[in-house]
Design a protein around this ligand. Structure first.
Ligand SMILES: Nc1nc2c(c(=O)[nH]1)N[C@H]1C(S)=C(S)[C@@H](COP(=O)(O)O)O[C@H]1N2
Ligand SMILES: [Mo]
Length: 326
């Protein structure tokens, strides 16, 4: 039986990565999880196939012209990007999503866009794929746990979708709700987060051209473990803001709650902009480990304010106290 605790895995570079984002499965959760995992495994060797790109459809794109959208850093390998994941609906271990997320049913799929908008609408995924030109964007994704990757995403600015529904003058925030399907997501049995996983942005953040609605990566559609069929990628914020497998987008006047903020208010703020000078209460955020770079002995990289996207997004936070609004 494959029952593993979250910190028994491989490749943990420092103590901050041994503790997941503030919480852990209880023994009872682990036992339930183990039972579910067993049946998934019995139904067919997901692990060996998880990183194979062959079954993913190609997704063509043009190189993005959005300022800051094409990092010059060497991309992380597809193998690493698709096997070292956080997607708690499929388990807490970094290797769990690659093992178990193949059960995610990405068709049919719709996204409801509603709230303070003139034209609320339910979009079919096929319509969304064609709504705007698909762009390749090479973004660094920095997880709050202290590691990062560089990933060639494919998608278009979230602003293109929001423009379709015409947000009203009173709209100040956007909430994102992701899939919570207990039949295919064993992680939902755990009380680690208040499901469904939700996230939120201020309207001007959501409208920023760097805010990406991603449908693909590495020239293909997204793998389930990376958030198929569509997710956010917000390169200047900690990775947990980049919600996977979105089903509802709600335009609001009041700031929405977010899953991680509800779970640990003093650890995960609404903004969660990458900031090396504001430590997490339990670990420093000054440096990061780049996944794929030589395991435990690789040199850590200095973490940059706004994850290196300060020139593009710094103005959004002019006059704000980033220690208070973390
Ligand atoms: N629905 C959902 N979205 C999620 C998460 C999650 O657990 N559930 N994890 C977040 C975290 S903590 C990170 S670091 C990124 C990881 O994205 P990746 O696995 O594609 O690198 O996804 C984010 N989006
Ligand atoms: Mo993360």
């Amino acid at each position: 039986m494959l029952i593993r605790t979250h910190n028994s895995g491989f490749d943990h570079g420092n103590s901050s990565e041994i503790t997941p984002q503030g919480l852990y499965f209880s023994r009872r959760d682990l036992l339930k999880w183990g039972a579910a995992g067993g049946s998934v495994l019995a139904s067919g060797g997901a692990w060996a196939q998880a990183a194979k790109a062959d079954s993913l459809k190609a997704l063509s794109s043009v190189k993005s012209t959005v300022p800051g959208a094409l990092s010059m850093e060497t991309p992380t390998s597809f193998q690493d990007a698709s096997t070292y994941n956080n997607y708690y609906e499929f388990g807490l271990d970094k290797s769990d999503p690659a093992r178990y997320a193949h059960t995610l049913k990405t068709r049919p799929w719709t996204v409801r866009v509603e709230g303070l908008v003139n034209k609320p609408k339910t979009f079919d995924i096929e319509e969304l794929l064609k709504l705007s030109a698909q762009e390749e964007r090479i973004y660094r994704l920095r997880c709050v746990e202290g590691w990062s990757m560089v990933i060639p995403w494919i998608g278009y600015s979230l602003s293109k979708l929001l423009a379709q529904v015409e947000p009203q003058g009173s709209a100040k925030y956007v909430e994102f709700v992701t899939l919570a399907d207990s039949k295919t997501m064993p992680g939902l049995r755990s009380g680690v987060l208040d499901w469904p996983y939700t996230e939120g942005l201020r309207m001007d953040e959501a409208m920023h051209p760097l805010s990406l609605l991603a449908f693909g990566m590495y020239g293909k559609e997204l793998t389930p473990q990376n958030g198929a069929p569509l997710r956010l990628v917000l390169p200047w914020k900690y990775g947990f803001k980049s919600a996977k497998s979105i089903v509802t987008i709600r335009v609001l006047e009041k700031q929405p709650g977010t899953a991680w903020n509800k779970a640990a208010r003093n650890e995960y703020g609404f903004y969660s902009n990458v900031n090396p000078d504001v430590p997490h209460p339990r670990w420093s955020q000054a440096t990061e480990r780049r996944i794929g770079e030589g395991g435990l002995f690789a040199k850590r990289h200095k973490t940059l304010l706004f994850n290196g996207y300060e020139a593009q997004v710094g103005q959004l936070y002019a006059g704000m106290d980033l220690r208070k609004d973390y």
